[in-house]
Design a binder for this molecule. Structure first.
Ligand code: IMP
Ligand code: ZN
Length: 338
């Protein structure tokens, strides 16, 4: 099954650029040449969910100490694209939060990522379809630059084909809920598609308010309650599931225990994703394999393969790509005989 999943076209709908850094690249660029060993030392021990989540954010700060120049951002972006391309992803929705690198603006950061996308595609030798695109992140710890981020996304999407929307992420224990709602409404006003990390912590009140923003999709949803599930059904909000990430942040205690996957009332689509491919040392092939092994192990082999195909088609439909590209990709996938 692993070989089948690896070679089959796949859709990634939830992956963070800096979290995608390769282990060897992080060690090469960081002043501590064994930084990944150090990260392992505090990401591994069993801790409660909030502490484990804080440890993830401590890891992102260490990554930021390594991805300090535009040249490195360019290299990082190319490596992330190459890693997904090598495991036969056909759509990769990459999100990244605004950075002000020394001597540079947020716009410089985003233009560098975009240039890198273009260069990667220009130099690509494969003839299979490959459609990476970008969401700009609203970071819960830096809401004050949220509006500027949305404005930059809105400008850049007019200039190139890679910028498609907005997403909300960052430390779930930070950020004023009213300010978040205001920013999501601004995004809506501009007709900018958006997706949001929701229910990464226990806070039913916040969860409901965030679902009421009606994002296209929800990331994680590990602490969604029944009322939240009903609202997701009502508003057609699908869920991006990141099993390995949830294990590392201790918001699930076992790969087979994701509340949305176990909830019989949930009617939306499911998208299995990596979240932070490099930091969590995972890949989309593995995430799909975990899904099959833990939630669909009662199916026959042929049914499991058909499920992988269906997940790919659902992912194409839920992506923020143009309809003509979606149709082209669906035709490409439909034609593959299992
Ligand atoms: P970047 O946006 O490219 O810099 O990718 C790393 C950033 O993504 C982190 O600093 C977080 O703000 C965000 N991020 C990555 N994983 C998670 C998660 O599981 N929950 C919330 N935010 C996350
Ligand atoms: Zn995420």
């Amino acid at each position: 099954m692993k070989e089948f999943i690896k070679s089959f076209p796949k859709v990634e709908l939830h992956t963070h650029l800096n979290g995608g850094i390769r282990e060897e690249t992080l060690n090469k660029w960081h002043k501590n040449k064994e930084v990944t060993k150090y990260i392992d030392s505090f990401l591994s021990p069993k801790t409660n969910s909030q502490k484990a989540m804080e440890n993830c954010f401590k890891s992102f700060d260490l990554i930021y100490e390594a991805t300090t120049t535009l040249e490195r951002i360019k290299q990082l972006t190319k490596e992330v694209l190459e890693d997904y391309d090598n495991e036969n992803c056909i759509i990769v929705e990459i999100r990244t939060s605004p950075r002000k690198l020394e001597g540079h603006s947020i716009l410089d950061y985003y233009n560098t990522v975009i240039e890198s996308f273009q260069e990667y595609l220009n130099n690509r030798n494969k003839n299979t379809p490959f459609y990476p695109y970008l969401l700009f992140s609203i970071n819960r710890s830096k809401l004050e630059i949220g509006k500027e981020t949305i404005d930059i996304a809105n400008e850049l999407r007019k200039q190139n084909n890679f910028v498609k929307g907005i997403e909300l992420s960052g430390n779930p224990y930070k950020g004023d809920i009213n300010k978040i709602i205001e920013l999501m409404n601004y995004s809506k006003l501009l007709n900018m598609p958006f997706t949001m990390h929701i229910a990464e912590k226990i806070d039913d009140n916040e969860m409901i308010k965030l679902i009421e923003c009606k994002p296209s999709r929800m990331g994680h949803g590990t602490y969604v309650n029944n009322e939240g599930i009903d609202l997701m059904n009502k508003y057609n909000i699908d869920c991006e599931i990141c099993l390995t990430s949830n294990m590392v942040s201790r918001s699930i205690d076992n790969y087979n225990n994701h509340p949305i996957l176990k909830n019989k009332n949930y009617k939306g689509k499911l998208f299995f994703c990596c979240d932070d491919r490099g930091l969590f040392r995972t890949c989309l092939t593995n995430e799909l394999l975990y899904a099959i092994d833990n939630y669909y192990n009662n199916l026959s082999e042929i049914e499991q393969k058909n499920l992988i195909k269906k997940l790919c088609l659902d992912g194409i439909n839920a992506s923020f790509l143009e309809e003509n590209i979606k149709n082209e990709l669906k035709e490409y996938v439909e034609k593959i005989n299992i």
